[in-house]
Design a protein around this ligand. Structure first.
Ligand SMILES: [Fe+2]
Ligand SMILES: [Fe+2]
Length: 483
């Protein structure tokens, strides 16, 4: 029964963790379920709860065929608890416990730290659903609408994944935390979500694509480092979440690429050579490239804040305790203990941005952020290929890590996208050239006209190269039934 490859669909909560044999946890989850559905109905995708959406559902954890596609009404989605298979003889691979057998139970001394890591990760999952709940109404196509809802239901499943860990391993406080995850609300003054970027608005589809490209990628990095955890159930949970997460970043990367493609195409057709002739480009009903750059600046900088302070004793403790590793920890060629190692950290010293050698243990956040920046840059290069291919003279670039920051070394510094330190006055004068202004937002909002005809796309975005599940171009990804 506790077969780790096949999923048991006989319980209300599909799972491969043997819930039927674990009545205590099954009951706790069943008690949590109505509150979750209540949250989904009030804070999930607004206006589409009775529509049939062509969604994938995880039915196995076999990498070769883990999902099946079918029409589902979102509130009936089978949110399940799926952990990657247990690897026999898995070890703690880093920190002070390196070489010990991986833990199947929570080590008492690390209980509080682990709970905190799980709650913070868990809190981001429902937050993004809340942030995106109004977007269905302005979907630029049925294809995009389906992708939005796919991301939403999977973030819901990720919440389940974290709640399972809390219910199974943390007793009464775990149950309280599981409740808390349903109580906080993105952007709420009194009960906000725990991290800044998850309290920002996602007002339009370009924001959604940037969010899934940049902010879901922070999620990927966090999951990658938790997948290294010596606490094996957390590792297995995160490993399976990563398979779903990849699609979210695909949605973001291709969404931005298709926006760029359409802009360049419209410019070519209209004979506009200068990408900075913003008013002429906007008249074509597409988003000008400088505004796309500003959106990237904003979402990249907000996502960098999610990595926390460059120098962090918490991060050192998580690492040293074997709870949270580095990106691809086991592939790194060093001692994985790091007590004598150093790492170069960008800091603000005497009014200047400088690289400073710091103890590697306290610089763990910085290291993960560096790996994140490298990962971000790859997709940006692919965006630039689209622009280049269309023969437009423009490049999207990632801003400097000191630009527009609210956490860490650079929170009290104004820096330009190229990393030049600026006075308050200089910053105020140029800010609107670098982050979206109200005008930019209003313009983008004006483009957000729903386009729900099969096979059709809104003016500002190109059709995708291939359909989901290889469906034809005019496939009806969402059968809209408005409540
Ligand atoms: Fe997620
Ligand atoms: Fe995600």
């Amino acid at each position: 029964m506790a077969d780790t490859v096949n999923v048991d669909y006989s319980t209300k909560i599909p799972n491969n963790v043997g819930l039927l044999d674990d009545q205590r946890v099954l009951k706790a989850l069943e008690q949590w379920h109505p509150g979750y559905i209540d949250w989904w109905m009030t804070m999930g995708p607004e206006g589409f709860q009775t529509s049939d959406v062509y969604l994938r559902t995880a039915v196995s954890i076999d990498p070769k065929g883990w999902a099946k596609f079918d029409y589902v009404k979102m509130p009936e989605y089978r949110w399940g608890i799926l952990l990657a298979p247990r690897q026999e003889d898995r070890l703690v691979n880093f920190g002070a416990h390196k070489g010990e057998k991986a833990w199947q139970e929570v080590p008492g001394e690390y209980r509080a730290m682990l709970r905190c890591l799980i709650v913070v990760q868990g809190d981001t999952e429902p937050a993004s659903v809340e942030q995106q709940r109004h977007l269905g109404k302005t979907a630029p196509s049925l294809y995009d609408m389906r992708n939005l809802f796919q991301v939403n239901v999977e973030e819901g499943r990720h919440l389940w994944a974290m709640v399972y860990l809390l219910q199974k391993y943390f007793g009464k406080d775990g149950r309280e935390e599981a409740e808390g995850l349903l109580q906080r609300r993105s952007g709420d003054v009194d009960k906000p979500r725990m991290l800044g970027a998850f309290n920002e608005a996602t007002p339009d589809w370009l924001s959604f694509f940037m969010f899934t490209y940049f902010t879901d990628r922070d999620g990927k990095m966090q999951l990658e480092s938790l997948a290294q955890s010596g606490f094996d159930p957390l590792s297995r949970t995160c490993r399976f979440m990563l398979t779903e997460e990849a699609h979210h970043m695909f949605v973001g990367e291709t969404g931005v690429a298709r926006t760029i493609e359409r802009t360049c195409e419209a410019m070519k057709q209209a004979g506009i050579e200068d990408p900075y002739d913003i008013s002429a480009v906007r008249k074509l009903g597409v988003v000008d490239l400088p505004t796309i750059q500003k959106k990237a600046n904003l979402h990249f900088s907000l996502s960098l804040d999610l990595f926390g302070s460059e120098i962090s004793t918490n991060a050192a403790n998580y690492y040293n305790s074997g709870l949270k590793g580095r990106f691809q920890e086991t592939r790194i060629d060093d001692d994985h203990i790091l007590t004598n190692a150093h790492y170069a950290v960008s800091k603000f010293v005497d009014g200047r941005i400088k690289m400073v050698e710091e103890p590697a243990l306290t610089a763990i956040n910085m290291r993960l952020r560096d790996d994140y920046v490298v990962d971000c840059a790859k997709g940006v290069e692919r965006w630039n290929k689209v622009i280049e291919k269309m023969g437009v003279n423009f490049r999207i670039t990632l801003p400097h890590v000191a630009f527009h920051r609210h956490i860490g070394e650079f929170q009290n510094v104004h820096a330009s996208p190229t990393g030049e330190v600026l006075s308050d006055a200089e910053w105020a004068k140029q800010k609107e050239a670098w982050v979206p202004s109200k005008d930019d937002g209003d313009f983008i909002a004006s483009l957000m006209q729903p386009c729900w005809e099969r096979g059709k796309y809104a003016s500002w975005i190109a059709a995708p190269k291939v359909g989901i599940d290889n469906k034809a171009g005019d496939f009806e990804y969402v059968k809209i039934h408005r409540a």
